[in-house]
Design a protein around this ligand. Structure first.
Ligand code: NAD
Length: 339
């Protein structure tokens, strides 16, 4: 059964949408494929299974209680977990992926492909990948860009790190879930690419929030200001797609129009800024603006914890509230300037 089986571990906001696309498209092509899901929250697996079966009656889908069961069932395993600690647990723990791969006959291990789409620390990912490769199995890091909307639509961008052979094996599987799949280099290169991208994005979103807030103070119409920025040199995704001011993008529907719901969580952006600043300090790369932005996101969560799960463009609301309270924000430090 292993060759015709695919396991997906981590059915959160991204993973559940990705697994649904992968399984439904694969089922349409080969209805004898066996699907296996695994999550630390048993109800997440149960409700995924029930929804999938209700839409694809006759599909073979099962629940693995542990990563070990998922590996024993399938020679293709996709993981989509919160971050480094969960990846270490799922891959390296006693009933995890790596010890199970070691226990398989050499041929079965050699035919196994692991795809980790988690955004995590590059060094930890490389260490995990090295241990997987020692078992004879292949692994690629394949973090994504595109958010829950892209995961649902099957239009994610995958940034892949691994051997050319690993990329060739992974690409057709990733194509069920994404529209753009780029081989960025060896193990860890996909993650490195993702982290550099998100560091730029995190800084840009703060800069757009600052510029748009200043515009409000100057009495400018947010739609006029955004239209000029978006056709001028200040243009960037944070302004033209994810503008944080309600009414700034009348033709679009950014998260700010829904009380900052449904985007990329501020807590995840803070995690990604931390991954960038950590790896930069190890490699001696200066990140003055990323450090300042990371401090600001951290302060957002400390002072307004309700923004942790809301879109990170809600940093605009934080700055706006700080301004209304007469609080100065300097490099992420709050300094009271008005009693
Ligand atoms: P999430 O927290 O919604 O989902 C993670 C899932 O993993 C949960 O269902 C959790 O129960 C499960 N899990 C945790 N530990 C486990 C374990 N030991 N065994 C099995 N399952 C376990 O997170 P998400 O929003 O789906 O994000 C997943 C990854 O994708 C993160 O690394 C995130 O940074 C990245 N990402 C997220 C977005 C986004 O918009 N949400 C966008 C791009 C990238």
């Amino acid at each position: 059964m292993r060759p015709k089986s695919v396991s997906f571990i981590g059915l959160g906001r991204m993973g559940s949408e990705m697994a649904f696309n992968l399984f439904s498209k694969k089922f349409a092509q080969a209805s004898d494929t066996h699907f296996v899901i695994c999550d630390a929250i048993p109800d997440a697996s149960k409700s995924f299974c029930e929804t999938f079966i209700s839409q694809f009656p006759g599909a073979k889908i099962g629940i693995a209680a542990t990563p070990e069961e998922a590996v024993l069932a399938s020679q293709t395993i996709i993981t989509m977990l919160p971050s480094s600690p969960q990846v270490q647990t799922v891959y390296a723990q006693a009933n995890g992926i790596i010890p199970t791969l070691r226990s398989l006959p050499p041929d079965a291990a050699r035919n196994t492909l692991c795809i980790d789409s988690t955004t995590l620390d590059v060094k930890i990912a490389r260490d995990v990948a090295a241990d997987v490769l020692l078992t004879g199995a292949d692994i690629v890091d394949a973090p994504v860009s595109g958010g829950v909307t892209g995961a649902k639509a099957g239009t994610l961008a995958f940034m892949v790190g691994g051997t050319p052979e690993g990329f060739i094996l992974a690409e057709p599987i990733l194509a069920y879930m994404g529209a753009r799949i780029v081989h960025c280099g060896p193990s860890g290169a996909g993650l490195g690419t993702k982290i550099c991208n998100n560091l730029i994005l995190g800084v840009q979103q703060v800069a757009v929030a600052e510029g748009m807030l200043l515009g409000q103070k100057l009495g400018l119409d947010p739609a006029v200001l955004a239209a000029v920025i978006n056709s001028s040199t200040g243009s960037c995704w944070a302004s033209s797609v994810n503008n944080p001011v309600p009414g700034a993008l009348p033709e679009k529907s950014p998260p700010c129009e829904r009380d900052y719901e449904g985007g990329f969580a501020t807590a995840l952006m803070l995690k990604d800024m931390g991954l960038a600043t950590d790896i930069a300090s190890e490699s001696g790369s200066p990140l003055p603006l990323a450090h300042a932005a990371a401090k600001i996101y951290s302060e957002v969560l400390k002072s307004q914890p309700e923004l942790a799960r809301k879109d990170f463009s809600s940093v605009y609301r934080y700055l706006s509230n700080a301004s209304a309270a007469g609080t100065k924000v300097a490099f992420g430090e709050l300094v009271s300037v008005r009693k």
